[in-house]
Design a protein around this ligand. Structure first.
Ligand code: BES
Ligand code: ZN
Length: 854
């Protein structure tokens, strides 16, 4: 569907290079407009009559070009599709340096991109702040600029704002002058950087601050009344900066690092250099009402954005094809930093679940894409902020770091950052540095991991004293179209029984190694390599026995990987679903959170698949029985000194058991809720989300009204999220429709509309309602979200459907309503629905027989 030619090369002319922008912006926070003026200092490579730069939805009021005292007047024409403005001068402007001078005006939009407005309350009144979100290509919506990552320049910003507001930009303010109702806040020049990293924020804020050991001022800004929720972020940010300075061997180059909580925000957070913006739920932690899960998420988000200050901001990808260098790397570093700062969190186990496995799921599809991919038009760029760039990117980096070793990895990284500071880099540049540091053929090993889509399934077969390992690309269904002859270079380690592990580098389709007989073999020790493993039936039995034993000698990621791949193979038809369900029973004594979260996730996927079929009840009974001992063991209350992960485990087990209809769990949830409603105690934040959802799942109008009131009354966004999820968990279709009405009303925040659609769609009782609603509102969705970061997410939950009719309906709807930036997501969803349908058709009988006999 994507038409590459149509979008071929959108790059600006290489003959005009910006070196410095002097920009002044004046937002009108009541009329929702802004005006601005700028000087763009440029170097022109040859004489020319016209200069083209990026500009979208901005009116350029005047354009001049100045060389010394000489002024060239310009006229402006626009190209809406290319998002550019061309300044045509009466005479040719000369080669060499000059200054483009522009005055312009635009709209402070409500689309969470460019320069936009966000709503908040202060002293009982409603106000709007002005805030920016420029990545990937929306700086051009705030001021005309050379909006490509390789066009680095210095930015000198002034913000002209009402006297009672706070103005924030990337650097510290250097001067404030007052003019009547307004003040002009001038900021220090930025380092040389890309336009997508610039930020302006204007509104009522309060803040707290501290200094890092090496003297960087760290501040956390919130809207009025919320600064008590900023303490955790402040501590965490300071520690992360100190960690990265040591790890990268480069001091954080700005005097200030601001973290700003923004009520309306499209992404989770944005790494603007020195002024990172966050959605409130991704940075605020309430000392009394926040969950352990939320605190950990906040820490990871902060660590991610701070990693970008080096990897992304100091050294930037040359073009969006190398987006993964930014995002994959920052995602990997999140865990490196958090593991150092909070060593008790067991964070690498979370990596395997949250990143590695998520990427294996998406990248299995025929409609995935290579990590490095040719992208041109902005909509295509938006579409690759996905699990491939982030999670597969992070996973292949972890695989490589493991293979070349921590110290070579760090050494290579430092050299790379030093060499390209304040510049741009390609994927090969990173490989070169790591190759030099490790003396291993990094570029050769990595080529197919980043330039080819997908990843291999490694099949293990025992052949008289040998183990044969063969590789072939993994697909979630056995469609004959799905052929791929790629051979990957696979660093793979094996653990044979209690013998220490050994590492191989598979270079061809088939490899043979000698192994002991009759011991279990766990391939891909600790799940460090980006592959799935298919064991022989015999091997799988041995592994199951080991796992079911008292003290399994397999690590948490190992136990995790075995069950994850078993279900993936079941889905693709390479293993019977009955065999996967049998293997699952070996996990009854499991105590690890990540392992249970995987198992619970797999169980719930099958629940969704079997929903509405005659097998649903027998299947739920199986799941309840499987979960029961663990549920009992973990209990409802936090135990003193328990591991951090137990908070996660408790939430996951209780919620999952409740979803499968565990009577005891549902009754306790109901009791806790009633008690709280009567004002006699609060449900603990760690299990609160699950409890509220279970109450809703089994509730009616009465519960809906109570929960809705709680939602309206709450001022903590995290709590609002829990309540929103609960409100979308009812089974009554009328209630669900009513919730979607709320979510699409004008009072709802832009990000919450999407959340409600997603939650209702993931609720098996709400699937059809959500889909019909999205179709009915499609025009509105395109208008409000089209081309933006959240757009394709309005349809990705369609992948929860299970029938071919539904697949066709989705496909046909989007054939009739084509839009840029969703093609790949449509194809991915349809592919997933089809594979669900094929799975069910193939294994329904097997599941039936299993459920009768297990
Ligand atoms: N650079 C991104 C923000 C972004 C995302 C901009 C998509 C434009 C489009 C930022 O560093 C990021 O990755 N944010 C993540 C959170 C992170 C912890 C994975 C996000 O917003 O989801
Ligand atoms: Zn990022």
């Amino acid at each position: 569907m994507a038409n590459k030619k149509k979008n071929a090369s959108v790059r600006l002319s290489p003959h005009v290079k910006p070196t410095k922008y002097v920009v002044a912006m004046k937002p009108d926070l009541d009329a929702f407009t802004f005006t601005g003026s700028e000087e763009v200092h440029v170097t022109v490579g040859r004489g020319m009559k016209a200069v083209t730069l990026h500009s979208a939805e901005i009116e350029i009021l005047s354009a001049k070009y100045r060389v010394g005292k000489k002024v060239f007047d310009g006229t402006v024409s626009y190209n809406d599709h290319e998002e550019t403005a061309t300044l045509l001068f009466s005479k040719s402007i000369p080669k060499g340096r000059g200054i483009i001078e522009l005055e312009f005006a635009g709209i402070l939009n409500d689309k969470m991109r460019g320069f936009y407005r966000s709503r908040y309350k202060h002293e009982g009144k409603e106000f709007h702040m002005g805030v920016t979100q420029f990545e990937s290509t929306d700086a051009r919506r705030a001021f005309p600029c050379f909006d490509e990552p390789a066009h680095k320049a210095i930015f000198e910003v002034s913000l002209i704002v009402p006297k009672d507001r706070t103005a924030i930009s990337n650097t510290l303010e250097t001067a404030v002058t007052e003019h009547g109702e307004y003040k002009v806040v001038k900021f220090a020049p930025s380092p040389k950087m890309s336009s997508y990293l610039l930020a302006f924020i204007v509104g009522h804020f309060e803040h707290i601050q501290k200094k890092t050991k090496s003297g960087t001022l760290v501040r956390v800004f919130t809207t009025p009344g919320k600064k008590h929720q900023a303490t955790f972020a402040l501590e965490c940010a300071a520690k992360c900066i100190e960690f990265y300075e040591k790890y990268f061997g480069i001091k954080y180059p700005l005097p200030v690092m601001d973290l700003i909580a923004i009520p309306d925000f499209a992404a989770g957070a944005m790494e603007n250099w020195g002024a990172v913006t966050y959605r409130e739920t991704a940075v605020l932690v309430d000392p009394e009402h926040s969950s352990t899960q939320n605190r950990q998420r906040v820490a990871l988000v902060i660590a991610h954005e701070l990693a970008h200050q080096w990897f992304g901001n100091l050294v930037t990808m040359e073009w969006w094809t190398h987006l993964w260098l930014n995002e994959g790397f920052a995602t990997y570093m999140e865990y490196v930093a958090i593991d150092a700062v909070y060593p008790k969190w067991n964070i690498w186990a979370h990596f395997v679940s949250a990143e590695h496995s998520r990427a294996l799921a998406l990248d299995a599809l025929l409609n995935t894409h290579a990590i490095e991919i040719d992208v041109n038009h902005p909509a295509e760029i938006s579409e690759i902020f996905d699990a491939v760039s982030y999670s597969k990117g992070a996973s292949v980096i972890r695989m490589l770091a493991g293979y070349i070793g921590e110290s070579a990895f760090k050494k290579g990284l430092r050299a790379y950052l030093q060499k390209h500071s304040y510049g741009n880099a390609l994927t090969e540049d990173l490989w070169k540095a790591l190759q030099k540091a490790s003396k291993k053929p990094v570029a050769t090993i990595m080529r197919n991991w980043t330039r080819k889509p997908g990843y291999p399934l490694i099949t293990l077969e025992e052949k008289s004293g040998f183990l044969e390992l063969s590789q072939r690309r993994f697909f979630p269904n056995r469609n004959p179209e799905n052929k791929d002859v790629t051979t990957w270079m696979v660093p793979l380690s094996l653990k044979e029984g209690d013998r220490t592990k050994r590492t191989l580098l598979l270079k061809s389709k088939k490899t043979r190694v000698r192994v002991k007989k009759n011991v279990y073999i766990k391939a891909n020790t600790d799940e460090t390599t980006f592959v799935r493993i298919k064991y022989s039936a015999h091997q799988l039995r041995l592994l199951g026995e080991e796992i079911a034993g008292k003290k399994p000698a397999l690590s948490e990621p190992d136990r995790f990987g075995i069950i994850r791949d078993a279900f993936a193979l079941a889905k693709s038809g390479l293993l019977g679903t009955d065999e996967a369900l049998l293997l699952a029973k070996s996990y009854q004594n499991e105590t690890s959170y990540v392992v249970w979260s995987e198992l619970a996730g797999q169980l719930l996927t099958l629940r969704s698949l079997l929903f509405g079929t005659p097998l649903a009840e027998a299947y739920s009974a199986y799941a309840r029985e499987l979960l029961a001992p663990a549920v009992k063991k973990i209990g409802w209350h936090k135990k003193k000194g328990e591991p951090e992960d137990d908070a996660f485990l408790r939430a996951t087990l209780l919620h999952t058991a409740g979803l499968f209809g565990d009577k005891e769990v549902l009754t306790t949830a109901q009791n806790l809720f009633q008690k709280e409603v009567r004002g006699k105690g609060n449900i603990h934040a760690d299990i609160r989300g699950g409890v509220l959802s279970l109450v809703a799942q089994n509730g009616s109008k009465k519960e809906f009204e109570i929960l809705k009131q709680m939602y309206d009354d709450s001022s903590l966004e995290e709590e609002k999220d829990r309540l929103l999820r609960a409100l979308c968990s009812f089974t009554d279709k009328k209630i669900l429709t009513q919730m979607l009405d709320v979510a699409f009303s004008k009072d709802a925040r832009g990000q919450d509309t999407l959340k409600a659609v997603t939650f209702v769609w993931m609720n098996p009782h709400g699937r059809t309602i959500a889909w019909e609603y999205v179709q009915a509102k499609w025009e509105y969705i395109v208008e409000r979200y089209g081309g933006g970061h959240l757009f394709s997410r309005f349809l990705s939950p369609a992948s929860n459907f299970t029938t071919l009719d539904e697949a066709n309906a989705v496909l046909h709807f989007f054939k009739r309503h084509p839009a840029e930036g969703i093609n790949r997501t449509v194809l991915q969803s349809v592919e997933q629905i089809r594979s669900h349908a094929a799975w069910l058709a193939r294994d329904k009988e097997k599941i039936h027989t299993f459920l009768k006999n297990y």
